[in-house]
Design a protein around this ligand. Sequence first.
Ligand code: MRU
Length: 335
Amino acid sequence: MRTVEWDDEKKVVKLIDQRVLPSDPPILECRTVSELIDAIQTLAVRGAPAIGVAGAFGVVLSFKESSTIEEARRKCDELKRARPTAVNLSWAIERVLAAVEDCESVDNAMEKSLDLAKRMAEEDVEINRAIGKMGAKLFEDGDRVLTHCNAGRLACVDWGTALGVIRSCHEEGKRVFVIATETRPLNQGSRITAWELMRDGIPVTLITDSSAAYLMRKGMIDKVIVGADRIVRDAVFNKIGTYSHAISAKRHGIPFYVAAPMSTFDLDHTEADIKVEERDGDELRYFKGIKNAPDGVDVLNFAFDATPLELVDAIITEKGILHPQNGRIEVDRQI
Ligand code: MRU
């Protein structure tokens, strides 16, 4: 199944439960908005486009369980706050709510929001296919490409953004080799990227996060491609560690690419305006329930960082490829 789906019979959101990967993932059914919030916060569903579409289906759940439109909207506000950095979540919820503004009953709003949420799920796949096709032009047969975290099928409804570009390369017959960083502390690289690429037969080598700069120095990486959680006027927000890889790539003259749909752009803001999610310190204090640090140690656990656009060579979108100039992007002029 796809990463996120709606079940018409049960009227629930179905998710591939990513928390257990790389073991076989069960299907998680969210019947209520609060179950969906929990799934988003515990990363059962994760990745900016996937939580966007999950949020769109969450609006449907909010109408299903509310007796008034106002009550449903309050639940949607709560849902929007489930993860603050990836803009796709609030973008998707607002898009669906705007489409049902004229509805006078919760039943009518539920029906209309479901139609749109289903359409958004289909659009996500089409957009990723388009990103893949655009981005594949930047890669050559034999390239060794570093990626960080997981911007693949499981971060989207299907295909992926950064990994979608890699998939498109393979579809076109270009054999691109992926070097996947582990992505501490939640290991989206080792648990998810390595898993999904191996299932597709795409060659992947796993490294620790701290190996990346040394591999670049040794000439073992040709290009870097990552996804994005939010692209503001002067920076790209993505998984913590992305900024270090961008600095290392610049130092070694290696192209650094970002692949993301237009829904990830938030050009009304700059880096300083954005709240970066800080997660529970126990993600570092424990590893799979085993103590990994002394009791009570202070922890700083930012989930994302910001990479200034000076370090980004290209942003691959479904509409075209943007090249930041002097640390800024001008979407209207460039696409
Ligand atoms: O905390 P996560 O796993 O949701 O973080 C995901 C990322 O940082 C991805 O790189 C980003 O959402 C892009 S996904 C296409």
